[in-house]
Structure formats: structure tokens, C-alpha cells
Ligand binder design. Structure first.
Ligand SMILES: [Zn+2]
Length: 379
């Protein structure tokens, strides 16, 4: 993952986040090591470290002496230095979790709520957040992040059809979430939130350029480019579910025919009524076409398959990585297989959504990383 600070004065909040991330990923670590890693002066890092320490986000630990003299103090993240609430809203139900600064889910709740409308959903969210607050001695709560199916702000596609929160079109989601939780709130599409969770706490520690294929009620995905979500002009890049893949195929609620999501998604699986094995065999050619299209478009290190689907189904889909025919990804010097399963399918969107709230608390101004998430924070 590429973590570089900026020497511009306006970049200070951004640097705070970068320094905290560097400590989380590499701790215990020293000021000098951080400075070298993120490209800032030791002086700048020391100032930020003092602030983060005063605010309880990090801890200073004295390493065991290896020889003579006092060893330098090393810095680690303070997992209990703050918590954030991550919420994942889908057409099937709602998950909410209390996540600590290290990204651990320390408490979680789930409610079945098929096709919930806003009043019902926010009542449940309010209830769940109250339970989470009561369940755990969590110290300060930094905020709440919500992940839900996109795309956003496309009149004919957003909140339309069974793979979206249908009927939510004119809902002020941020305001409703703020009212329900009493916390600073952040919002992100679920595929980008899940990819962010994977980037921060999972495979992102060994990969920087990969496509995250998000197999959930619908099908989406994002390209992770140098450790950041590739957004496109309007923040919806990667919505692979609406790529037409079958000529004159099934009608899609988006108005087109033969969209990938009509064949390859939890919604499609449930409509088809086959066993997992039968269904995976049936969709194999379509799935492999999709993977090859992604590879030829983005040249990723690998395609990571994740999403909120039964783990057995994800595992079976992942076996289709064997037998992928030619694309620009079929190179001899690959370091990873062409298709990999995400490290944590169940919690990734929750952890990513919670991370938005942590970033927001550390760096309230707009930064270069995860820019759209911060645009969310502005509302
Ligand atoms: Zn469509």
C-alpha cells in the first residue's frame, strides 16, 4: 500500500492519517522509520506523533534493551483509542458493528429486514447502535459509516430494482443516519467500502493494484489502484453488474437487456433456484468472461472475489479461476493467482465503513486518499 505524506502546510490533517496508518500497519515502529516510509521529515512526524499520543490514538512502548543504553521508544496503535460504528445496508437486511482502531470487529448485530423502507431501516439502525453502545466499554465513538448498494446519483439506476435499496430515491440518508445515531456520519457505496476494508485490513497488505469483485445481492466491484479506489468522474467506476454480457438477454431494471448482474449475483442465484454446484456450473462461462474483461481493462495483479454471499458459494465461484482462458493476465511471472478469495467477506464492508469515520475524525478536511468518502463527510 502506498502511504506518502505531503509537505504542503494544507496537508497536515492528511499527514495525521498517513502517520496513524503507518503505525497501524508497521508498529511497533519508530519516528525515524515512519519518516522514511511516508516521506516526511522526522520533525513533522514527531509533531504529529505527539498529537496522536496526547489524543490517545497511539501508545509509546519501550522496547526490550538489546545491548547497552536505553532503546528508543516504539509506537503502536492504541486499539482502544477510539471506536467507530460500521453499518452495511442491503436489500436483505442490516449489519452493524463496533470496530476498534485496529479494525477489529468487537461487537456486531444483524437484523433481517427484506426490502426495508427508510423508516423501518433507520429505526432498526438506531436500535442496533444503542445496543452496540451499551454492549461494550468503548471509550469515545468517532462516528458512523454506512455502506449501501450503488450506483449513486444516476436517476435511472440508483435505488431502482431488487439489487438496490429500491424506493429510497429521495431519502436524505446522511441526515437520517445522523438523527438515528447521534454521531458524525459517512456514506459510501458498498463495493468501495468492502474494497477499502480489504485494502486496510486484508490483502491490501500484499497487493496494491487489484480489482475487487463484490458479489452480493447485486454484482459490483472497484479497481484498487496504488492502494486507492479508482473512482471515475462521478465515483461509480467499476459497476460491472450493468455491463451487457448477453445479447438480447434478460431485461434488467436499468432498462437494458442482458446485464451481467441478471446472471451473476445473489439475486440471480436465488431466482434461478438451483443448488450452489449446479448454478456455479451454469454461470461458469459468464463468470470467466467477466474476469477476463476485468483483466483486459485494468491489468490487475489479481481479481479478488468478496461480498456478502454464503462463503460456500464464494468458494465455489473462486474455483472457476482454474480454467480461465487467455487474457493479458496470463503472464508467466505472476506472483498471485488470477483469482483470489477476499480475506474477510462477512465484515469487509462494515470495517471499511467504520474506517471512513476514523479517517473523518482524524482528518476532517478533504484529502487525497478516499476522496469521495470525504465528500460524503461534507454533507
Ligand atoms: Zn442493468
Amino acid at each position: 500500500m502506498t502511504l506518502r505524506g505531503t509537505n504542503q502546510e494544507s496537508g497536515r490533517p492528511f499527514n495525521r492519517r498517513i502517520v496513524l496508518e503507518s503505525i497501524r500497519l508497521n508498529g511497533p515502529t519508530t519516528r525515524g522509520e515512519i519518516a522514511e516510509r511516508v516521506g516526511l521529515t522526522v520533525q513533522t512526524v514527531s509533531t504529529i506523533v505527539r498529537e496522536l499520543e496526547d489524543q490517545g490514538y497511539i501508545l509509546s512502548v519501550r522496547e526490550k534493551p538489546k545491548g547497552r543504553g536505553i532503546p528508543p521508544s516504539a509506537l503502536t496503535i492504541n486499539p482502544e483509542g477510539g471506536h467507530a460504528v460500521g453499518i452495511h445496508l442491503t436489500p436483505l437486511g442490516i449489519d452493524a458493528a463496533l470496530v476498534n482502531l485496529r479494525g477489529d470487529v468487537v461487537e456486531s448485530r444483524h437484523r433481517n429486514a427484506p426490502n426495508a423502507m427508510p423508516d423501518e431501516a433507520f429505526a432498526l439502525i438506531g436500535e442496533m447502535v444503542t445496543e452496540l453502545k451499551a454492549s461494550y466499554k468503548h471509550g469515545r465513538l468517532l462516528g458512523a459509516g454506512i455502506a449501501l448498494p450503488g450506483p449513486f446519483d444516476v436517476e435511472s439506476m440508483s435505488f431502482v430494482g431488487p439489487t438496490t435499496m429500491a424506493g429510497w430515491k429521495n431519502t436524505d440518508i446522511r441526515q437520517r443516519l445522523a438523527d438515528a445515531t447521534g454521531l458524525p456520519v459517512f456514506m459510501e457505496n458498498d463495493m468501495a467500502a468492502a474494497a477499502l476494508g480489504e485494502q486496510l485490513y486484508g490483502l491490501g497488505q500484499q497487493l496494491a493494484n487489484y480489482y475487487y469483485l463484490f458479489f452480493s445481492v447485486g454484482l459490483g466491484g472497484v479497481m484498487m489502484h496504488d492502494g486507492s479506489v479508482l473512482r471515475g468522474a462521478w465515483g461509480n467506476a467499476g459497476e460491472i453488474g450493468h455491463i451487457p454480457i448477453v445479447l438480447d438477454g434478460e431485461a434488467c431494471p436499468c432498462g437494458n437487456r442482458g446485464c451481467l448482474e441478471r446472471y451473476l449475483s445473489l439475486d440471480a442465484f436465488n431466482r434461478r433456484g438451483l443448488s450452489e454446484t449446479e448454478w456455479v456450473a451454469e454461470v461458469a462461462p459468464i463468470f470467466r468472461n467477466a474476469v477476463r474483461a476485468i483483466e483486459n481493462l485494468f491489468d490487475p495483479e489479481t481479481v479478488v472475489l468478496g461480498g456478502l454471499a454464503p462463503p460456500a458459494l464464494i468458494e465455489q465461484l473462486a474455483t472457476l479461476g482454474d480454467g480461465l482462458t487467455n487474457s493479458i493476465a496470463a503472464r508467466a511471472n505472476r506472483s498471485h493467482p488470477r483469482l483470489m478469495v477476499a480475506s474477510d467477506c462477512q465484515h469487509s464492508a462494515l470495517r471499511g465503513a467504520a474506517a471512513l469515520a476514523v479517517f473523518g475524525a482524524l482528518s476532517p478536511r478533504f484529502g487525497q486518499m478516499f476522496e469521495t468518502s470525504e465528500r460524503g463527510a461534507a454533507a
